[in-house]
Design a protein around this ligand. Structure first.
Ligand code: FAD
Length: 497
């Protein structure tokens, strides 16, 4: 085991190259092949807070990273019109209120709500309250007990600039880049991948391959024949149109997702432009209508021709097959509703480092990698399905979603929640209880009753407890700086450098 070849230079390829270059330098020869003529998918600009861990692993300087990728801060996602038109809520990162005795805050809130006496639920998240006020600051380490110490953030960034930035990083760490179009994937006699041959005849051989070739899945799918598990009966959207537009003021520190007739539209604010896209189901709306809806709902002038994409939601069966691991779109696709794809690249790359073989991989190692991957993908899938299923919208698409049969894993979670508002994070599934609680309440899946233990507190005590949290968060937000100002000052030094 000496030579690793990464096939593809989109976000997935360069993330893998940066990580392996940094960790494996001197141990393995890492190379990457990509084709400028083929290009990348060119979207994928919203992240979740775990991306900070990836940047820390690479020891990236945050202001420099943000300056180089035209990034903005992200506190959460606003879901507009998802439950029904005119209603919106925010899935804010980080904590919700605070626990009291045995129970999480939402139990007390549900009890107060039952009496018609609860402050709006979004007042219990500093992230949500700050997002709605367009304010941002980093958490203060010296204020761990205050909401100001609990602010959690991710980023929006320009996908092309991010790949370019990571390319520079990877090349600085010894990764060798080859430019060219792969015409043939060659196999060994026993069926492993031996190498690839470019259209100009150059042969690139390696011992281990990372397939980052995008939807085409050149190695894992076309060459090795690993099957694809189709999840489109749960996540039926199959197309997207993306278009950037001029940025607007103020710069929002959150992604907006607005439900449409047969899908939804994203808005991702960056420093130099706003990213927009319409994800839709071609069974219920045609391409021309979907494009018209997108263009009619931009905040500013469009800056480019629309980019049209097709996909099938689902996951590769055996993301690690033989001497090849698929990362990114070749491993599967979950639509970007909760900004999880880049995270799935990151966590898969880290998982691979943890299980990296020292020779031909043994079946137990491969099985463990695939077991962890399957678990992670299925739980993220369930979380995304929840947004679609719990709707009170009109139209055949939404009716289909509302009445579809759910995966048993999700149904179990919803049943438990509906009984007494209980929710438990299972093993190391990606989304924590706070995320599920916000989306369940935001989509109006209201439990029959809170945990019966709330009865240990009187109504007066509960009102005081909730009132204190809501006013403390209001006060904290009122002293936070505006996102625009904070960001400008934060990246100023890096930009000048
Ligand atoms: P690609 O970007 O397609 O890269 C494939 C690479 O393979 C390219 O370099 C190409 O040149 C190369 N290649 C292919 N064939 C050959 C060949 N024959 N020879 C040589 N090279 C070849 N993720 C998020 O986390 N947040 C989001 O907000 C988000 N939004 C999205 C919105 C949409 C509509 C879509 C479709 C995806 C979104 N994603 C998002 C997912 C995200 O874009 C991808 O996970 C990410 O960009 C990884 O893509 P990739 O690198 O796997 O593939």
């Amino acid at each position: 085991m000496r030579r690793i070849l990464i096939v593809g230079g989109g976000t997935a390829g360069w993330m893998a190259a940066a990580l392996f270059g940094k960790l494996f330098q001197g141990l393995y020869d890492v190379a990457l092949v990509e084709s400028e003529a083929i290009g990348t998918v060119g979207v994928g600009e919203a992240t979740i807070p775990a991306i900070k861990k990836f940047n820390e692993l690479l020891e990236l300087d945050e202001p420099e990273f943000m300056a180089r990728t035209q990034a903005t801060f992200k506190l959460g996602i606003e879901f507009a019109d998802w439950w029904k038109p005119g209603e919106s809520y925010v899935h804010g990162f980080g904590v919700i209120g605070q626990d009291w005795e045995w129970l999480r805050c939402h139990h007390y809130w549900l009890r107060a709500r039952g009496r018609g006496n609860a402050p709006a639920f979004d007042r219990f998240s500093i992230n949500t309250a700050a997002a709605k006020a367009n304010r941002f600051m980093h958490p203060r380490a010296d204020m761990a007990g205050s909401p100001i110490g609990q602010i959690a953030h991710a980023f929006h960034f320009d996908a092309a600039l991010y790949a370019r930035y990571l390319r520079g990083f990877a090349e600085d760490h010894g990764v060798v880049r080859h430019e060219g179009r792969i015409g043939e994937v060659r196999l060994t006699a026993d069926g492993d991948i031996a190498g690839v041959t470019l259209d100009d005849g150059r042969a690139l051989d390696a011992d281990f391959f990372i397939d980052c070739s995008g939807f085409r899945a050149l190695l894992i799918g076309e060459a090795l024949g690993a099957a694809y598990e189709d999840w489109s009966h749960w996540l039926p959207c199959d197309r997207a149109i993306a278009v950037p537009c001029a940025r607007t003021e103020p710069l929002a520190p959150y992604t907006r997702s607005t439900a449409r007739e047969a899908g939804w539209q994203w808005r991702i604010p960056l420093q130099h432009r706003t990213g927009n896209g319409h994800v839709y189901c071609s069974r219920y709306v045609d391409d021309a209508a979907a494009e018209a809806v997108l263009l009619a709902n931009l905040d500013g002038e469009p800056l480019a021709e629309p980019n049209r994409l097709r996909f099938t939601t689902g996951k590769r069966v055996g993301a690690w097959t033989r001497n090849c691991v698929a990362l990114g779109l070749s491993a599967g696709f979950l639509e970007p509703l909760e900004s999880t794809s880049i995270h799935l690249v990151q966590s898969a790359a880290i998982r691979l480092v943890r299980l990296f073989p020292d020779g031909p991989a043994d079946p137990a190692t491969i099985a463990e990698y695939n077991r962890q991957t399957d678990f992670e993908w299925a739980r993220v899938r369930d979380f995304i399905i929840l947004h679609y299923w719990a709707n009170d919208r009109d139209g055949p698409f939404w009716e289909y979603c509302r009445t579809m049969e759910l995966p048993a894993t999700l149904e179990r979670k919803i049943d438990l929640w509906r009984a007494n508002a209980r929710i438990f994070r299972e093993d190391d599934e990606l989304f924590a209880e706070e995320s599920w609680i916000q989306v369940l309440i935001g989509q109006h899946v209201i439990p029959a009753a809170p945990d019966p233990l709330v009865a240990i507190k009187s109504n007066g005590e509960i009102d005081q407890f909730l009132g204190n949290i809501a006013t403390t968060i209001d006060r904290c937000v009122s002293v936070m700086p505006g996102h625009d100002d904070y960001l400008r000052r934060y990246v100023a030094g890096a930009t000048a450098a």
